[in-house]
Design a protein around this ligand. Structure first.
Ligand code: ZN
Ligand code: FE
Length: 256
């Protein structure tokens, strides 16, 4: 399976999953149709599926136009997003498995950013590491705002993700890394991995390059929103309780 990252809107990424031989493609969270249609045309691909992580406009606004050009395609989304995702045909629940380009994706239910958010975890194969399409639940160095969910839900959602293998590629839907790391450094100024990564990200961004995908091993080392059980973070937040630690982190980031 090939994965191509298409920049969209201001800071979104759309991901195209495709298979050169079969001439077929799927797309994750089409924020807008034009970059997707252009990519499909250039590579002579037919779009067979849209995988939506949640209902926000910057993730589903391409659905209708893509359906218009490819009426046979299937729109996938979470079961609790019923009525909120244009064209949705398949209503996915935690543990469901779907096939795409020779790989199997397992569905994770990850409420918090929205109450219906799901993630698509493409299981590793002999040749490829796992690939996690996580929408706005986890960002590199950060996590999604809690628009419809609670800190307890988000800790549970991130807790499910946090135990996947280190080499899992993390495909998040926004290029927010640089700003996230500025906040992370205020929480853990002495984290050596965080300092090194901040330097690397600065270099990438100064050349206009993407920081996505990240890997789970890296995120576990630098992302405060996966590190609620680290002593340094608990001290900074003034509590050792996981949900309270996370809630205080999120509150401070919201006001950063
Ligand atoms: Zn969102
Ligand atoms: Fe978004």
């Amino acid at each position: 399976m090939r994965i191509t990252r298409l920049p969209a809107l201001r800071d979104n990424y759309i991901f195209v999953l495709w298979d050169q031989r079969g001439g077929k493609a799927a797309v994750v969270d089409p924020a807008e149709p034009a970059p997707v249609l252009d990519f499909l045309r250039r590579n002579e691909l037919t779009l067979t599926a849209i995988f939506n992580t949640h209902h926000h406009g910057d993730h589903v606004s391409g659905n209708q136009d893509l359906l218009h050009d490819f009426p046979q395609l299937t729109v996938y989304g979470g079961v609790h997003d019923r009525g909120r995702i244009p064209g949705q045909k398949i209503f996915l629940e935690a543990g469901d498995e779907i096939e795409c380009a020779g790989r199997t994706a397992k569905i994770y239910f990850v409420p918090g950013h929205t109450r219906a958010h799901i993630a698509y975890y493409f299981l590793p194969t002999d040749e490829e590491p796992g690939d996690l399409f996580i929408g706005d639940t986890l960002f590199s160095g950060g996590c999604g705002r809690l628009f419809e969910g609670t800190p307890a839900q988000m800790v549970n959602s991130l807790g499910q993700i946090r135990v996947l293998p280190d080499d899992t590629r993390i495909w998040c839907a926004h290029e927010y890394t640089q700003n996230n790391l500025r906040f992370a450094l205020t929480v853990e100024p002495d984290n050596p991995a965080l300092k090194i990564y901040t330097q690397q990200v600065q270099e990438l961004r100064s050349k206009g390059q993407a920081t996505i995908p990240s890997t789970l091993g890296l995120e576990r080392a630098i992302n405060p929103f996966l590190r609620w059980d680290q002593t340094a973070i608990q001290r900074a937040m003034g509590t050792t309780e996981p949900v309270a630690t996370f809630a205080e982190l999120r509150r401070r980031k919201d006001h950063f």
